[in-house]
Ligand binder design. Structure first.
Ligand code: CA
Length: 131
């Protein structure tokens, strides 16, 4: 499992990376939207953890751009904001889930597992008809 974390606050990025590494996930990090977009579109990830407020390109634009290019990598959006309109904007931009900072790492991990489980399910489920 390979996860890309795009977050400009290094303390949070390191915290997330350490926690995910401990769970056995491989983690790449990017500290601004352009670098994150470059990695997200040139490498294969199982999940992207995307901050909303980023230098160079914000999380909403980044997510929208990936979806427009048919990149279906699941996205969990992170933000300090908890306004309903920001959540809606994130989900409408193509995010699969949304977590407001500060968040409990246990909850974050649970959401990561849900998304990876869904992804595995859709990848391995084949519909067979007749022969
Ligand atoms: Ca940020």
């Amino acid at each position: 499992m390979r996860i890309l974390v795009i977050e400009d606050e290094k303390k949070i990025t390191n915290f997330i990376r350490r926690g995910l590494n401990e769970e056995g996930y491989a983690v790449d990090t990017a500290y601004d939207g352009e670098e994150g977009y470059f990695l997200a579109s040139s490498e294969k990830y199982d999940l992207i953890v995307l901050d909303l407020m980023l230098p160079k390109m914000d999380g909403i634009s980044l997510c929208r751009k990936l979806r427009q290019e048919d990149n279906i990598t699941p996205v969990i959006m992170l933000t300090a904001k908890d306004m309903i309109k920001d959540k809606v904007a994130g989900l409408d931009a193509g995010a699969d889930d949304y977590l407001t900072k500060p968040f409990a790492f246990e909850e974050f991990l649970a959401r990561v597992r849900v998304i990876l489980r869904k992804r595995d399910f859709s990848k391995t489920t084949k519909l067979k008809v007749g022969d």
